[in-house]
Design a protein around this ligand. Structure first.
Ligand SMILES: Cc1cc2nc3c(=O)[nH]c(=O)nc-3n(C[C@H](O)[C@H](O)[C@H](O)COP(=O)(O)OP(=O)(O)OC[C@H]3O[C@@H](n4cnc5c(N)ncnc54)[C@H](O)[C@@H]3O)c2cc1C
Length: 400
Protein backbone atom coordinates (compact mmCIF):
# COMPACT_ATOMS: atom_id res chain seq x y z
CA UNK A 1 0.00 0.00 0.00
CA UNK A 2 1.19 3.55 -0.81
CA UNK A 3 0.99 6.57 1.49
CA UNK A 4 -0.72 9.76 0.36
CA UNK A 5 -0.43 12.81 2.62
CA UNK A 6 -2.80 15.71 1.93
CA UNK A 7 -1.92 18.98 3.67
CA UNK A 8 -5.05 21.12 4.05
CA UNK A 9 -8.60 20.01 4.77
CA UNK A 10 -10.34 22.85 2.94
CA UNK A 11 -12.79 22.59 0.07
CA UNK A 12 -10.26 21.36 -2.48
CA UNK A 13 -8.33 19.02 -0.17
CA UNK A 14 -11.67 17.45 0.76
CA UNK A 15 -12.61 17.02 -2.91
CA UNK A 16 -9.24 15.45 -3.65
CA UNK A 17 -9.70 12.79 -0.97
CA UNK A 18 -13.18 12.01 -2.26
CA UNK A 19 -11.95 11.82 -5.85
CA UNK A 20 -9.11 9.42 -4.93
CA UNK A 21 -11.40 7.20 -2.87
CA UNK A 22 -14.01 7.12 -5.67
CA UNK A 23 -11.41 5.91 -8.17
CA UNK A 24 -9.19 3.75 -5.96
CA UNK A 25 -11.35 0.62 -5.90
CA UNK A 26 -8.28 -1.58 -5.25
CA UNK A 27 -7.33 0.42 -2.11
CA UNK A 28 -3.86 1.36 -3.41
CA UNK A 29 -3.56 4.53 -1.36
CA UNK A 30 -3.76 5.05 2.41
CA UNK A 31 -4.56 8.74 2.94
CA UNK A 32 -3.57 10.96 5.85
CA UNK A 33 -5.07 14.47 5.88
CA UNK A 34 -3.70 17.33 7.98
CA UNK A 35 -6.02 20.24 8.75
CA UNK A 36 -4.79 23.33 10.57
CA UNK A 37 -8.34 24.41 11.44
CA UNK A 38 -10.06 22.60 14.30
CA UNK A 39 -13.15 21.73 12.20
CA UNK A 40 -13.52 19.28 9.34
CA UNK A 41 -13.82 20.72 5.81
CA UNK A 42 -16.78 23.05 5.35
CA UNK A 43 -18.37 25.04 2.56
CA UNK A 44 -16.28 28.21 2.62
CA UNK A 45 -18.13 29.60 -0.40
CA UNK A 46 -21.26 29.65 1.78
CA UNK A 47 -19.38 31.05 4.81
CA UNK A 48 -21.58 34.14 5.07
CA UNK A 49 -24.69 32.00 5.56
CA UNK A 50 -23.28 31.30 9.07
CA UNK A 51 -24.28 34.86 9.95
CA UNK A 52 -27.76 34.18 8.54
CA UNK A 53 -28.10 31.35 11.06
CA UNK A 54 -26.72 28.27 9.29
CA UNK A 55 -24.80 26.11 11.76
CA UNK A 56 -21.22 24.88 11.40
CA UNK A 57 -22.63 21.34 11.13
CA UNK A 58 -24.86 22.35 8.22
CA UNK A 59 -21.86 23.86 6.43
CA UNK A 60 -19.68 20.78 7.00
CA UNK A 61 -18.89 18.89 3.79
CA UNK A 62 -20.06 15.27 3.83
CA UNK A 63 -17.44 12.64 4.69
CA UNK A 64 -18.26 9.16 5.97
CA UNK A 65 -15.91 7.04 8.10
CA UNK A 66 -13.34 5.31 5.89
CA UNK A 67 -10.59 2.98 7.17
CA UNK A 68 -8.27 4.23 4.43
CA UNK A 69 -8.59 7.91 5.40
CA UNK A 70 -7.17 9.39 8.59
CA UNK A 71 -7.87 13.02 9.42
CA UNK A 72 -5.80 14.98 11.94
CA UNK A 73 -7.51 18.28 12.75
CA UNK A 74 -5.88 21.20 14.55
CA UNK A 75 -2.43 20.01 13.49
CA UNK A 76 -0.55 21.98 10.83
CA UNK A 77 2.24 20.62 8.67
CA UNK A 78 5.32 22.67 9.54
CA UNK A 79 8.02 21.13 7.33
CA UNK A 80 8.52 18.81 4.40
CA UNK A 81 11.73 16.83 4.00
CA UNK A 82 11.72 15.94 0.31
CA UNK A 83 14.88 13.80 0.55
CA UNK A 84 13.42 11.37 3.06
CA UNK A 85 9.81 12.08 1.96
CA UNK A 86 8.48 12.94 5.40
CA UNK A 87 6.01 15.65 6.53
CA UNK A 88 6.47 17.04 10.05
CA UNK A 89 3.57 18.55 11.97
CA UNK A 90 3.20 21.09 14.77
CA UNK A 91 2.07 18.31 17.13
CA UNK A 92 5.25 16.33 16.41
CA UNK A 93 3.88 13.78 13.93
CA UNK A 94 6.24 12.47 11.25
CA UNK A 95 4.31 11.24 8.23
CA UNK A 96 6.13 9.40 5.45
CA UNK A 97 4.67 9.80 1.96
CA UNK A 98 4.87 8.34 -1.51
CA UNK A 99 2.79 11.26 -2.76
CA UNK A 100 2.22 14.61 -1.09
CA UNK A 101 -0.56 17.00 -2.11
CA UNK A 102 -0.41 20.60 -0.89
CA UNK A 103 -3.95 21.99 -0.56
CA UNK A 104 -3.25 24.78 1.90
CA UNK A 105 -5.42 27.44 0.22
CA UNK A 106 -4.84 31.13 0.84
CA UNK A 107 -4.51 33.55 3.70
CA UNK A 108 -6.15 36.98 3.76
CA UNK A 109 -3.83 39.83 2.84
CA UNK A 110 -3.77 42.52 5.51
CA UNK A 111 -2.07 45.73 4.34
CA UNK A 112 0.88 46.60 6.59
CA UNK A 113 -0.77 49.60 8.26
CA UNK A 114 -0.11 50.56 11.88
CA UNK A 115 -2.78 49.31 14.28
CA UNK A 116 -3.94 46.42 12.11
CA UNK A 117 -3.54 43.99 15.04
CA UNK A 118 -5.63 45.99 17.51
CA UNK A 119 -8.51 44.19 19.23
CA UNK A 120 -11.57 44.71 17.02
CA UNK A 121 -9.63 44.15 13.76
CA UNK A 122 -10.48 40.94 11.90
CA UNK A 123 -10.17 39.04 8.63
CA UNK A 124 -12.99 37.13 6.90
CA UNK A 125 -11.91 33.65 5.89
CA UNK A 126 -12.83 30.95 8.43
CA UNK A 127 -15.68 29.99 10.73
CA UNK A 128 -13.40 30.99 13.64
CA UNK A 129 -13.04 34.47 12.08
CA UNK A 130 -16.81 34.76 11.88
CA UNK A 131 -17.24 33.61 15.48
CA UNK A 132 -14.83 36.37 16.56
CA UNK A 133 -16.55 39.03 14.41
CA UNK A 134 -20.00 38.01 15.68
CA UNK A 135 -18.85 38.20 19.31
CA UNK A 136 -17.31 41.67 18.77
CA UNK A 137 -20.46 42.93 17.00
CA UNK A 138 -22.64 41.59 19.80
CA UNK A 139 -20.51 43.39 22.41
CA UNK A 140 -20.69 46.64 20.42
CA UNK A 141 -24.45 46.46 20.00
CA UNK A 142 -24.96 45.69 23.70
CA UNK A 143 -22.62 48.47 24.94
CA UNK A 144 -24.53 51.11 26.92
CA UNK A 145 -23.75 54.25 24.94
CA UNK A 146 -25.43 56.55 22.47
CA UNK A 147 -24.81 56.73 18.73
CA UNK A 148 -24.72 54.28 15.89
CA UNK A 149 -22.61 51.14 15.94
CA UNK A 150 -20.41 51.02 12.92
CA UNK A 151 -17.87 48.95 11.05
CA UNK A 152 -15.21 49.63 8.45
CA UNK A 153 -14.52 47.06 5.75
CA UNK A 154 -11.15 47.49 4.07
CA UNK A 155 -11.64 46.28 0.50
CA UNK A 156 -14.62 46.57 -1.84
CA UNK A 157 -14.19 43.34 -3.76
CA UNK A 158 -16.46 40.34 -3.70
CA UNK A 159 -15.48 39.29 -0.17
CA UNK A 160 -15.48 42.84 1.19
CA UNK A 161 -19.07 43.32 0.07
CA UNK A 162 -20.01 39.96 1.58
CA UNK A 163 -18.38 41.01 4.85
CA UNK A 164 -20.25 44.34 4.76
CA UNK A 165 -23.55 42.55 4.30
CA UNK A 166 -22.75 40.26 7.24
CA UNK A 167 -21.83 43.23 9.47
CA UNK A 168 -25.07 44.98 8.58
CA UNK A 169 -26.98 41.84 9.58
CA UNK A 170 -25.12 41.90 12.90
CA UNK A 171 -26.50 45.36 13.63
CA UNK A 172 -23.55 47.54 12.57
CA UNK A 173 -23.52 50.28 9.89
CA UNK A 174 -20.74 49.27 7.50
CA UNK A 175 -18.57 51.62 5.47
CA UNK A 176 -16.55 50.06 2.67
CA UNK A 177 -13.18 51.56 1.77
CA UNK A 178 -11.78 50.52 -1.62
CA UNK A 179 -8.43 51.67 -2.95
CA UNK A 180 -9.48 51.16 -6.60
CA UNK A 181 -11.79 53.72 -8.22
CA UNK A 182 -14.74 51.27 -8.20
CA UNK A 183 -16.26 48.33 -6.35
CA UNK A 184 -15.38 44.77 -7.43
CA UNK A 185 -12.54 46.04 -9.63
CA UNK A 186 -11.51 42.53 -10.68
CA UNK A 187 -14.91 41.59 -12.08
CA UNK A 188 -16.56 44.78 -13.28
CA UNK A 189 -15.51 47.81 -15.31
CA UNK A 190 -15.95 51.49 -14.45
CA UNK A 191 -19.53 51.76 -15.76
CA UNK A 192 -20.63 48.55 -14.07
CA UNK A 193 -18.88 49.61 -10.86
CA UNK A 194 -20.77 52.92 -10.82
CA UNK A 195 -24.14 51.17 -11.20
CA UNK A 196 -23.18 48.59 -8.57
CA UNK A 197 -22.21 51.36 -6.17
CA UNK A 198 -25.52 53.18 -6.63
CA UNK A 199 -27.42 49.96 -6.04
CA UNK A 200 -25.53 48.88 -2.92
CA UNK A 201 -25.76 52.39 -1.44
CA UNK A 202 -29.54 52.07 -1.54
CA UNK A 203 -29.00 48.98 0.65
CA UNK A 204 -27.70 51.16 3.51
CA UNK A 205 -24.04 50.66 2.76
CA UNK A 206 -21.61 53.56 2.54
CA UNK A 207 -18.84 53.28 -0.01
CA UNK A 208 -15.60 55.22 -0.41
CA UNK A 209 -13.60 54.37 -3.51
CA UNK A 210 -10.16 55.63 -4.53
CA UNK A 211 -8.92 55.89 -0.94
CA UNK A 212 -6.89 53.59 1.27
CA UNK A 213 -6.69 53.01 5.00
CA UNK A 214 -3.37 54.37 6.29
CA UNK A 215 -3.67 53.30 9.92
CA UNK A 216 -5.96 52.16 12.70
CA UNK A 217 -5.97 53.95 16.06
CA UNK A 218 -8.02 53.89 19.24
CA UNK A 219 -10.01 56.58 20.98
CA UNK A 220 -12.07 55.97 24.12
CA UNK A 221 -12.65 52.32 23.34
CA UNK A 222 -13.49 52.81 19.65
CA UNK A 223 -11.35 52.17 16.60
CA UNK A 224 -10.44 55.04 14.28
CA UNK A 225 -9.55 54.20 10.70
CA UNK A 226 -7.46 56.95 9.11
CA UNK A 227 -7.92 57.26 5.34
CA UNK A 228 -5.49 58.54 2.70
CA UNK A 229 -7.78 61.55 1.98
CA UNK A 230 -7.47 62.74 5.58
CA UNK A 231 -10.88 61.51 6.71
CA UNK A 232 -11.18 59.46 9.91
CA UNK A 233 -13.90 56.84 10.31
CA UNK A 234 -14.81 55.59 13.75
CA UNK A 235 -15.78 51.96 14.10
CA UNK A 236 -16.54 49.20 16.57
CA UNK A 237 -15.16 46.59 14.20
CA UNK A 238 -12.70 46.71 11.30
CA UNK A 239 -12.64 43.83 8.80
CA UNK A 240 -9.73 43.53 6.38
CA UNK A 241 -10.79 42.03 3.09
CA UNK A 242 -8.10 43.34 0.82
CA UNK A 243 -7.31 40.23 -1.18
CA UNK A 244 -5.69 36.88 -0.56
CA UNK A 245 -2.22 35.40 -0.83
CA UNK A 246 -1.46 31.72 -1.47
CA UNK A 247 -0.44 29.86 1.72
CA UNK A 248 2.78 28.61 0.11
CA UNK A 249 5.16 28.82 3.12
CA UNK A 250 5.48 25.04 3.41
CA UNK A 251 6.52 24.72 -0.23
CA UNK A 252 8.99 27.59 0.04
CA UNK A 253 10.53 25.97 3.13
CA UNK A 254 10.89 22.72 1.18
CA UNK A 255 12.72 24.48 -1.65
CA UNK A 256 9.92 24.06 -4.19
CA UNK A 257 9.62 26.79 -6.82
CA UNK A 258 6.85 29.37 -6.41
CA UNK A 259 5.15 31.66 -8.93
CA UNK A 260 6.12 35.30 -9.44
CA UNK A 261 3.11 36.39 -7.36
CA UNK A 262 3.34 33.41 -4.99
CA UNK A 263 1.71 30.00 -5.13
CA UNK A 264 3.31 26.58 -5.61
CA UNK A 265 4.42 26.33 -9.22
CA UNK A 266 2.80 23.36 -10.97
CA UNK A 267 2.27 22.22 -14.55
CA UNK A 268 -1.09 21.40 -16.16
CA UNK A 269 -1.01 18.02 -14.37
CA UNK A 270 -0.82 20.01 -11.07
CA UNK A 271 2.59 18.48 -10.35
CA UNK A 272 5.59 20.38 -9.00
CA UNK A 273 9.06 19.70 -10.44
CA UNK A 274 9.33 17.08 -7.64
CA UNK A 275 7.41 14.10 -9.06
CA UNK A 276 6.19 13.14 -5.57
CA UNK A 277 4.67 16.54 -4.76
CA UNK A 278 1.48 18.07 -6.16
CA UNK A 279 -0.48 21.24 -5.40
CA UNK A 280 -4.20 21.95 -5.88
CA UNK A 281 -6.66 24.76 -5.16
CA UNK A 282 -5.82 28.31 -4.26
CA UNK A 283 -2.23 27.50 -3.27
CA UNK A 284 -1.38 26.17 -6.73
CA UNK A 285 0.19 28.49 -9.30
CA UNK A 286 -0.76 26.58 -12.43
CA UNK A 287 1.83 27.54 -15.01
CA UNK A 288 2.44 30.60 -12.84
CA UNK A 289 -1.17 31.72 -12.25
CA UNK A 290 -3.28 31.26 -9.12
CA UNK A 291 -7.08 30.86 -9.16
CA UNK A 292 -9.18 32.28 -6.30
CA UNK A 293 -12.35 30.35 -7.11
CA UNK A 294 -13.42 26.90 -6.04
CA UNK A 295 -14.34 25.43 -9.45
CA UNK A 296 -10.79 25.46 -10.89
CA UNK A 297 -9.62 23.95 -7.56
CA UNK A 298 -12.11 21.10 -7.86
CA UNK A 299 -10.92 20.43 -11.41
CA UNK A 300 -7.32 20.31 -10.14
CA UNK A 301 -8.35 17.79 -7.46
CA UNK A 302 -9.87 15.55 -10.14
CA UNK A 303 -6.72 15.80 -12.27
CA UNK A 304 -4.42 14.80 -9.39
CA UNK A 305 -6.72 11.94 -8.31
CA UNK A 306 -6.65 10.64 -11.89
CA UNK A 307 -2.86 10.91 -12.06
CA UNK A 308 -2.34 9.17 -8.70
CA UNK A 309 -4.23 6.21 -10.14
CA UNK A 310 -2.24 6.04 -13.33
CA UNK A 311 -4.28 8.39 -15.54
CA UNK A 312 -3.02 11.12 -17.84
CA UNK A 313 -5.51 13.93 -17.07
CA UNK A 314 -4.49 17.57 -17.47
CA UNK A 315 -6.24 20.84 -16.77
CA UNK A 316 -8.06 22.29 -19.77
CA UNK A 317 -8.48 26.05 -20.43
CA UNK A 318 -12.27 25.71 -19.94
CA UNK A 319 -11.67 24.45 -16.38
CA UNK A 320 -9.72 27.61 -15.59
CA UNK A 321 -12.55 29.91 -16.57
CA UNK A 322 -12.88 32.75 -14.03
CA UNK A 323 -16.41 33.76 -15.01
CA UNK A 324 -18.64 34.60 -12.07
CA UNK A 325 -22.30 35.21 -11.47
CA UNK A 326 -23.50 36.23 -8.05
CA UNK A 327 -26.06 38.20 -6.11
CA UNK A 328 -24.36 40.81 -3.98
CA UNK A 329 -26.50 42.67 -1.43
CA UNK A 330 -29.51 41.84 -3.58
CA UNK A 331 -27.78 43.06 -6.76
CA UNK A 332 -27.16 40.66 -9.66
CA UNK A 333 -23.60 40.81 -10.98
CA UNK A 334 -21.97 38.71 -13.68
CA UNK A 335 -18.60 38.94 -15.33
CA UNK A 336 -17.24 36.60 -17.98
CA UNK A 337 -14.41 36.20 -20.47
CA UNK A 338 -12.36 39.32 -21.21
CA UNK A 339 -14.67 41.48 -19.08
CA UNK A 340 -12.21 44.36 -18.84
CA UNK A 341 -11.55 44.41 -22.63
CA UNK A 342 -7.81 43.75 -22.41
CA UNK A 343 -7.62 42.04 -25.84
CA UNK A 344 -5.88 44.37 -28.32
CA UNK A 345 -8.44 46.10 -30.55
CA UNK A 346 -11.41 44.86 -28.49
CA UNK A 347 -14.62 46.84 -28.96
CA UNK A 348 -17.21 47.50 -26.25
CA UNK A 349 -20.99 47.64 -26.70
CA UNK A 350 -22.61 49.19 -23.63
CA UNK A 351 -26.25 49.54 -22.59
CA UNK A 352 -26.41 51.62 -19.41
CA UNK A 353 -29.86 52.30 -17.98
CA UNK A 354 -29.50 54.37 -14.79
CA UNK A 355 -33.28 54.55 -14.33
CA UNK A 356 -33.73 50.78 -14.29
CA UNK A 357 -30.41 50.39 -12.46
CA UNK A 358 -28.96 47.99 -15.03
CA UNK A 359 -25.69 47.96 -16.90
CA UNK A 360 -24.66 45.55 -19.65
CA UNK A 361 -21.43 45.51 -21.62
CA UNK A 362 -20.37 43.09 -24.31
CA UNK A 363 -16.73 42.96 -25.37
CA UNK A 364 -16.25 41.86 -28.99
CA UNK A 365 -13.28 41.37 -31.32
CA UNK A 366 -12.09 44.24 -33.53
CA UNK A 367 -14.20 42.88 -36.44
CA UNK A 368 -17.25 42.65 -34.13
CA UNK A 369 -17.65 38.97 -35.06
CA UNK A 370 -16.47 37.21 -31.90
CA UNK A 371 -17.78 37.67 -28.37
CA UNK A 372 -14.83 38.03 -25.98
CA UNK A 373 -16.56 38.71 -22.67
CA UNK A 374 -18.92 40.96 -20.79
CA UNK A 375 -20.18 42.57 -17.61
CA UNK A 376 -23.79 42.56 -16.38
CA UNK A 377 -24.97 44.51 -13.32
CA UNK A 378 -28.52 44.82 -11.98
CA UNK A 379 -29.85 42.16 -14.35
CA UNK A 380 -27.71 39.11 -15.08
CA UNK A 381 -30.45 37.01 -16.66
CA UNK A 382 -28.57 36.88 -20.01
CA UNK A 383 -25.43 35.41 -18.42
CA UNK A 384 -26.30 31.77 -19.05
CA UNK A 385 -26.93 32.51 -22.73
CA UNK A 386 -23.92 34.73 -23.30
CA UNK A 387 -21.16 32.89 -21.44
CA UNK A 388 -21.10 29.80 -23.70
CA UNK A 389 -20.81 32.09 -26.72
CA UNK A 390 -17.42 33.49 -25.63
CA UNK A 391 -14.80 32.74 -28.27
CA UNK A 392 -17.39 31.71 -30.84
CA UNK A 393 -18.04 33.70 -33.98
CA UNK A 394 -21.51 35.19 -33.74
CA UNK A 395 -23.79 36.70 -36.38
CA UNK A 396 -24.31 40.41 -35.54
CA UNK A 397 -27.92 41.05 -34.58
CA UNK A 398 -29.82 43.66 -32.63
CA UNK A 399 -29.40 43.11 -28.92
CA UNK A 400 -32.29 44.03 -26.65
C1 LIG B 1 -16.45 34.48 2.31
C2 LIG B 1 -15.98 33.74 1.09
C3 LIG B 1 -16.82 33.65 0.00
C4 LIG B 1 -16.38 32.98 -1.14
N1 LIG B 1 -17.23 32.90 -2.21
C5 LIG B 1 -16.84 32.23 -3.31
C6 LIG B 1 -17.72 32.10 -4.43
O1 LIG B 1 -18.85 32.62 -4.44
N2 LIG B 1 -17.30 31.36 -5.50
C7 LIG B 1 -16.06 30.76 -5.52
O2 LIG B 1 -15.73 30.08 -6.49
N3 LIG B 1 -15.20 30.90 -4.49
C8 LIG B 1 -15.55 31.62 -3.39
N4 LIG B 1 -14.69 31.74 -2.33
C9 LIG B 1 -13.33 31.13 -2.46
C10 LIG B 1 -13.37 29.66 -2.12
O3 LIG B 1 -13.82 29.50 -0.82
C11 LIG B 1 -11.97 29.10 -2.29
O4 LIG B 1 -11.61 29.19 -3.65
C12 LIG B 1 -11.85 27.65 -1.84
O5 LIG B 1 -12.21 27.51 -0.50
C13 LIG B 1 -10.39 27.19 -2.05
O6 LIG B 1 -10.24 25.92 -1.51
P1 LIG B 1 -8.82 25.42 -0.99
O7 LIG B 1 -9.04 24.06 -0.46
O8 LIG B 1 -7.80 25.66 -2.03
O9 LIG B 1 -8.48 26.41 0.21
P2 LIG B 1 -9.19 26.55 1.61
O10 LIG B 1 -10.65 26.28 1.51
O11 LIG B 1 -8.75 27.87 2.16
O12 LIG B 1 -8.57 25.40 2.49
C14 LIG B 1 -7.20 25.35 2.85
C15 LIG B 1 -7.11 24.71 4.20
O13 LIG B 1 -5.76 24.37 4.45
C16 LIG B 1 -5.46 24.67 5.79
N5 LIG B 1 -4.00 24.80 5.93
C17 LIG B 1 -3.23 25.84 5.53
N6 LIG B 1 -1.92 25.60 5.83
C18 LIG B 1 -1.90 24.38 6.44
C19 LIG B 1 -0.85 23.58 6.98
N7 LIG B 1 0.44 23.97 6.95
N8 LIG B 1 -1.17 22.39 7.54
C20 LIG B 1 -2.46 21.96 7.55
N9 LIG B 1 -3.49 22.67 7.07
C21 LIG B 1 -3.21 23.87 6.50
C22 LIG B 1 -6.22 25.94 6.06
O14 LIG B 1 -6.38 26.15 7.45
C23 LIG B 1 -7.53 25.64 5.34
O15 LIG B 1 -8.45 24.99 6.18
C24 LIG B 1 -15.08 32.40 -1.18
C25 LIG B 1 -14.23 32.50 -0.08
C26 LIG B 1 -14.67 33.19 1.05
C27 LIG B 1 -13.73 33.32 2.23
Amino acid sequence: MKELVVVGNGMVGHRLVQAVRDRDTAGTWRITVLGEESRPAYDRVALSSYVDGKSAEELTLPAGADPLVQLHLGDAAVAVDRDTRVVRTAAGRELPYDALVLATGSVPFVPPVPGRDLPGCFVYRTLDDLDAIMAAAERAVAAPRAGRRSAVVVGGGLLGLEAARALRLLGLSPQVVEIAPRLMPVQVDEGGGAVLRRLVETEDLQVRCGVSVTGIGEDRGRLIAALSDGIELDADVVVFSAGIRPADGLARGAGLPVGERGGVLVNTACRTPDPHVWAVGEVAALEGRTYGLVAPGYAMAEVVADRLLGGEATMTPAELDMSTQLKMLGVDVASFGDALARTPGALEVVVNDPVAGTYAKLVVSDDAQTLLGGVLVGDASKYATLRPLVGRRCRPTRWR
